[in-house]
Design a protein around this ligand. Structure first.
Ligand SMILES: [Zn+2]
Length: 280
């Protein structure tokens, strides 16, 4: 009997078919949108008096805050959420004192080196989203010279009126948002407005294919205990907006069955997988 392929070539044909099918599956996954989330170590903040963030309680108690950045790999590009403490601090063994000495910032390794370990260069980052413009979130924003910065217009205007301005690169495109923004237009990475800590603070809803929905808090809330007790730090620009934003986050958590990842909560952060591990 004649067949399309001589018997001797069947293993090779089968191998080609398997490769084609696997390739199609890989392509389908890539086309599926959001693929991975990496947590990057973007430093620590050591504070002498926790009550700055928890008015009325923990007076005089020192606290260490985690400071994370998040790299999201989507079929349409890479988004970096927050940029952490400036990389220069990694070369300072005693850290950098800020806020009149009330806080010491430290960085074990640079953001750039952590991205490099994942095979990512600053020029590969499509979007840099910033929760807000405090120094421990925008410390490296200017390194991503070809990225589009996603920031609320209200935050940009406020930040540029402050004595300590974020340092954007002149080549960066600054996309000033007015409220919520679906970054890749498929619902997998959605910026939502949560003002109060600062006038244009924003949080991020991430929907991963296996892990499901996660809300990245930014500084809408600093600690699990603050979340549980709805404590509003004294430095927030609006207590009323903060409480409204916390309600908004709470409803997103219920509606989307989402986890809340609190950026500065060290205990929670230590329990999460950091790069090179990832969530998918
Ligand atoms: Zn902040």
């Amino acid at each position: 009997m004649r067949t399309l392929f001589p018997r001797a070539t069947w293993p090779a044909v089968a191998a080609i078919l398997v490769a084609v099918i696997l390739g199609a599956v890989a392509l389908a996954r890539a086309e599926g949108g959001l693929e991975r989330l990496y947590i990057l170590d973007c430093g620590t903040n050591l504070a002498k008096d926790q009550s700055r963030w928890t008015p009325g309680v923990n007076e005089g108690k020192a606290i260490e805050f985690s400071d994370n950045c998040y790299l999201l790999r989507h079929a349409k590009g890479l988004l970096l959420w927050d940029t952490g403490i400036t990389d220069a601090v990694a070369a300072m063994p005693d850290g950098l004192a800020v806020a009149g000495g009330a806080i010491v910032q430290k960085r074990a390794k640079t953001l750039v080196s952590q991205l490099d370990a994942l095979g990512v260069k600053p020029a590969d980052i499509t979007y840099v989203g910033v929760s807000h413009t405090h120094g421990d979130h925008v410390g490296n924003v200017g390194l991503f010279t070809s990225s589009t910065v996603l920031i609320q217009g209200a935050e940009y205007d406020w930040a540029m009126s402050q004595p300590m301005k974020p340092v954007f690169a002149p080549t960066q495109r600054i996309e000033k948002l007015a409220g919520d923004h679906d970054v890749f237009a498929d619902g997998s990475v959605v910026i939502f407005s949560t003002p109060g800590h600062t006038p244009g603070h924003q949080s991020l809803l991430v929907v991963l294919p296996k892990t499901g929905a996660i809300v990245l808090s930014g500084d809408a809330v600093h600690l699990q205990d603050n979340w549980d007790h709805r404590r509003v730090p004294s430095m927030n620009t609006s207590r009323e907006q903060t409480l409204t934003s916390l309600d908004r986050i709470a409803s997103v958590l219920v509606d989307r069955k989402a986890q809340l990842w609190i950026n500065h909560d060290l205990a929670q952060s230590r329990g999460l997988r950091h790069a090179p591990g990832y969530y998918e």
